[in-house]
Design a protein around this ligand. Structure first.
Ligand code: PMP
Length: 995
């Protein structure tokens, strides 16, 4: 046994290093299974690995050295290279620990160990496949007698595992080992046909080095060639996969990225891909068997069984996934047909109608995520409502039978059984693998094609029949689900059935008085070991594989293709580029294609829900049923301008004014926040005759010419030309990173800037028109105004005869929790309040509310007409929003959930100093990322993008874009906050803080 962590060792090693390599420096022991390894930081700054090996390893080391010299010439990968000794040798014989040993020095490969890199992104996994292939390719022209050896870690030589089968402590373990061992034995003929070459044979997660880059982390290097051997070429990939798949929720998904990377660099053969699972299994059972034996011999050496737990977990997982599904997925990753067998041609095969009445005019019911027929998500919040909705759709279309298309993603498949777990949360398995028929009557079900009854399965009062068929040597099955058990008496396993023969009746009946019969029909090429529980839906990421196992039945019924979903994202991007102004931006590095919203969630085209933590427009929740209904009902009756009498506008004005302090008496309804502020500016000028406005740094008030002129966020930002003459910018009172920091003594310094601005205005012979500020600063980075700040400024402005505007476009309507309006937190009385985003919950509705004096002065004879502002539809919607806030107690919810969120974030801040500040009121909050006081912009952007991958929408703001802003729909629940915090904490545990 070699000495391991002996202090004396370092001294001895230092001497050897100086003697043989003329190098002095720091020496740190490293872990290793066979050799004694040291990390050397030479005084020159160069880093090395020094290895001391048994004398008996002489030939093996010679082989390794020859191999490294060879690959050095043919790959760009970062690998350890041999440093010659002072005497010019690749290794030296030494006496160490009183024994003859071999010493050699290798260059150090920089980077992070793959094992410690989080997350293992698709890009990283693909790059791992490429690196593995690159090494495989580099080694392909190399051979050495040292490589031809017996070695227990070679998956090709896994036979030795068999003799230890009985030594596993549990039957579960032994059973799993047997499953993979049997696979290994059964597949010997296949394995023997594989090409061979020298392989590294140990691309495990501790031998892989990853670049330091945060978002674009890729594999750059591979170390430790001590396991190299001449074996099946594809073992390189199999071993890479065995480790890369560990600790993954969905190991097959992870593997597919590695495989596609590998195949893109070094083409795999179909046989190699077929052998992959066997070889992955072989390596894993070698690993767990070696761990089991090692534990018996060296119970204290943890390094020897470092991969044991994850290897077991992976083995169990793989054992539970159908082998052929894994094979098909791997093939699909290579860009081949997922299923190697032949497929039916609709030109040669025609199905009989499977349901009586199908010959008639059958109606296609759009049940997709974005279906407007399906309407509001409320309509499918329970099974009964789904049935009711489908029935209504059919009735409206004057049909009694209809079908839901193959390939359609259905939003009501949202219970846990329709979810697939991934490392980044759940993905919906909601894409239909068959056709679903819905009928008012219980119709007869007929065999689609000549066949034999494969199985009849009963569950409760429903039954499923699977028929097996063969056409021109191509076997396939048809599946009929939701049949009435009483109708299938004479259909028994093995019975021959002719095409078009009645086999059953549809049986399922709706509840709560809704009678709707449902038949699910599916074609299946490979039952994958399933029977009744054969999946009826798949997740979008696995669609390429599943759609080849279960093809679209419509061409066999001679319908037009059913699958019309998924207008490619890329197409939309191209069309946006072509037809829309380039100044429009889109969120996220990989933009989202959102087609539905409900309450605090948005749903993309795959049906994936995203928790919306950033949309304060969908104030009471996206597509809130009460708001939707209010708009729909009114627009069906009347939508015209304010020149006729209509009660909706006066009721809305009355109800809105009731939420505001009594000095605000008059409403003007407009269509956007910008329009509201534009009107407010006109009011200022009407009242004061002045255009001089005092505004806050980084403030944003709208997109019109007038609003841009008072928006420092725009005129001081990209493409801006600085403040116009009549705009006077004062600094944002940011105690955390503003120009005056810390709490004490800074207040008056900020106020002094207002006084200075007033002096500047009067010194030029002007007078102040007004002051505008958001009640909590949003674009400036969710900055809460200091206590008394607005009161002090309003006093100064009013003294000079100016007008004070509270911009409540972001924060109003109950969001800040404690109060209904943000300015009320400051205890001030604005002359004008502008309201936008939340008021219409997504409908373009905004308002300017002002005092009687302001309204009177504005009314100078010139008519104020607004084509759309104040129309009955907008007013109905506005009233519904106010009603929902009231009835659902959402202001209280904003307070409670807002406080909970702030508390949780402050607790997280204690663990992670990069969270420099947490601030906000109610559900208008944010946290700022800093390194010291330097804005951590890159990390903030990364965080927003990473959270999106985990199903949460948030975005950055502030002058340095380092503030994560949080302003979710105020119907958000405690459960949502728990989910948000869990995902956030998980990302903090990843690598982004280390970058
Ligand atoms: N004021 C503030 C504070 C805003 O945040 C915005 C929009 N982000 C506006 C006004 C302009 O509103 P709109 O986009 O509805 O015109």
């Amino acid at each position: 046994m070699l000495l391991k962590e002996d202090r004396k060792v370092s001294g001895a090693v230092s001497n050897l290093l100086l003697e043989h390599y003329g190098i002095t420096g720091e020496i740190h022991p490293l872990q290793g299974e066979v050799d004694l390894n040291f990390y050397v930081i030479a005084d020159s700054g160069e880093c090395y690995t020094l290895k001391i090996s048994d004398e008996a390893d002489f030939e093996s080391i010679q082989f390794q050295n020859a191999m490294l010299s060879h690959v050095k010439e043919c790959t760009m990968l970062k690998l350890p290279y041999v440093v010659r000794s002072l005497s010019g040798n690749e290794m030296e014989t030494i006496i160490f620990d009183r024994e003859t040993r071999l010493i050699r020095l290798l260059t150090w490969v920089p980077g992070r160990l793959f094992a410690y890199v989080k997350p293992h992104s698709a890009k990283l996994l693909t790059s791992l496949g490429i690196a593995s292939a690159e090494l495989s390719q580099a080694l392909s022209g190399f051979d050495h007698e040292g490589a031809h050896r017996a070695y227990k870690w070679d998956p090709a030589q896994a036979f030795w595992v068999k003799e230890h089968l009985e030594q596993f402590p549990t039957e579960k373990e032994a059973g799993t080992i047997r499953y993979f061992y049997d696979l290994f034995e059964e597949n010997q003929p296949l394995l023997r046909s594989l090409r061979k070459s020298v392989t590294h044979n140990d691309i495990n997660d501790y031998n892989i080095l990853v670049s330091e880059h945060l978002e674009k982390a890729v594999v750059e290097g591979i170390i430790d060639f001590g396991d190299a051997i001449y074996t099946y070429t594809v073992n390189e990939l199999a071993i890479t996969l065995a480790y890369a798949m560990m600790d993954k929720e969905d190991p097959v998904y992870a593997a597919c990225h590695v495989i596609s990377g590998f195949h893109s660099w070094r083409a795999l053969t179909e046989t190699e891909v077929e052998a992959l699972l066997t070889l992955i299994g072989a390596r894993l059972i070698i690993s767990v068997t070696a761990s089991m034996l090692n534990k018996k011999e060296n119970p204290d050496n943890e390094y020897l069984s470092i991969s044991e737990k994850p290897a077991w977990k992976l083995l169990y997982k793989l054992q539970n996934i159908p082998k052929s599904f894994i094979h098909y997925s791997f093939r699909s990753a290579c860009g081949w047909n997922a299923r190697p067998g032949k497929s039916l041609s609709p030109d040669k095969v025609s199905f009989a109608p499977v349901i009586k009445g199908l010959e008639e005019n059958i109606y296609n019911i759009d049940l997709s995520v974005g279906s407007k027929k399906l309407g509001n998500a409320y309509n499918y919040a329970s099974k009964e409502r789904v049935d009711l909705r489908i029935k209504r759709i059919l009735e409206d279309a004057d049909h009694t039978i209809g079908y839901g298309r193959y390939g359609e993603v259905r939003p009501f498949y949202n219970s846990s059984e329709y979810q697939k777990r991934t490392d980044d949360g759940f993905l919906p398995k909601a894409r239909a693998l068959g056709v679903d028929f819905f009928s008012f009557e219980s119709r007869g079900v007929m065999a689609a094609y000549d066949g034999v009854v494969h199985s009849v399965l009963r569950s409760g009062n429903e039954a499923t029949i699977i028929l097996s068929h063969k056409v021109e040597g191509i076997p396939f099955f048809t599946l009929y689900k939701h049949l009435s058990t009483s109708s299938i008496k004479d259909v028994v396993k093995g019975k021959a059935i002719k095409q078009g023969v009645l086999i059953a009746k549809i049986g399922s009946e709706g509840v709560h008085g809704v009678r709707l019969h449902h038949l699910h029909f599916q074609i299946i090429y490979d039952l994958l070991g399933y029977e009744m529980n054969f999946p009826a839906t798949a997740s979008s990421d696995e669609w390429n594989v599943w759609s080849q196992i279960c093809p679209d039945p419509s061409p066999f019924f001679k319908w037009k293709s059913g699958a019309t979903i998924n207008t490619g994202k890329q197409k939309i991007i191209e069309k946006r580029d072509k037809y829309l102004g380039k100044a429009l931006s889109v969120s996220y590095n990989d933009p989202l294609h959102i087609i539905r919203g409900y309450k605090q969630h948005l749903f993309d085209i795959t049906g994936r829900p995203y928790l919306d933590m950033v949309n304060n427009v969908a104030h009471v929740g996206h597509e809130h049923p009460a708001v939707v209904e209010a708009g729909q009902r009114q627009i069906a009756v009347l939508n015209t301008n304010t020149r006729y009498l209509h009660e909706e506008i006066t009721l809305f004005a009355e109800e809105l004014l009731a939420t505001l302090p009594s000095h605000l008496k008059v409403c003007h309804f407009v269509n956007s926040g910008s329009e509201a502020n534009e009107l407010a500016l006109r009011m200022v000028q009407a009242c004061t005759g002045s255009r001089h406005m005092i505004v806050l740094e980084s403030g944003y008030h709208g997109n019109t010419g007038g609003c841009i002129d008072i928006s420092s966020y725009k005129f001081d930002g990209k493409g801006g030309k600085g403040a116009p003459e009549h705009t006077h910018v004062i600094p944002a009172p940011d105690y955390f990173r503003g120009i005056y920091q810390g709490q004490s003594g800074q207040f008056q310094k900020y106020i002094a800037h207002v006084k200075d601005a007033l002096v500047t205005i009067t010194s030029k012979g002007g007078r102040v028109g007004g002051f505008i500020a958001e009640s909590i600063l949003s674009c400036a980075g969710q900055i809460v105004l200091p206590t008394g700040y607005l009161a002090e400024i309003y006093k100064l402005i009013h003294r000079e005869g100016g007008v004070c505007i509270a911009d409540e476009v972001q924060v109003g309507v109950g969001r800040v929790g404690e109060k209904f309006w943000g300015f009320e937190l400051q205890g001030v009385q604005p002359d004008i309040v502008t309201i936008g985003k939340p008021l219409g919950n997504g409908h373009p509705l905004a308002a300017v509310v002002c005092t009687q004096e302001v309204a009177d002065q504005f009314n100078n004879g010139m008519e104020y007409f607004n084509t759309f502002g104040g129309n009955p539809v907008s007013c109905s919607i506005g009233r519904a929003v106010l009603r929902v806030v009231r009835e659902e107690k959402l202001q209280q919810n904003a307070l409670q959930m807002g406080n909970l969120l702030l508390d949780e974030l402050k607790a997280l801040q204690k663990q992670y100093p990069i969270i420099g500040d947490v601030r906000g009121h109610g559900l208008f909050s944010g946290f700022e990322l800093v390194r010291g006081l330097t804005p951590a912009t890159k990390e903030a952007t990364y965080l927003a993008n990473r959270m999106k991958e985990k199903g949460i929408l948030m975005s950055t703001d502030g002058p340095d874009n380092n503030v994560l802003k949080l302003k979710p729909p105020i119907c958000i629940s405690q459960q949502d906050i728990a989910f948000f915090m869990k995902q956030l904490e998980d990302v903090f545990k990843e690598d982004f803080l280390k970058a």
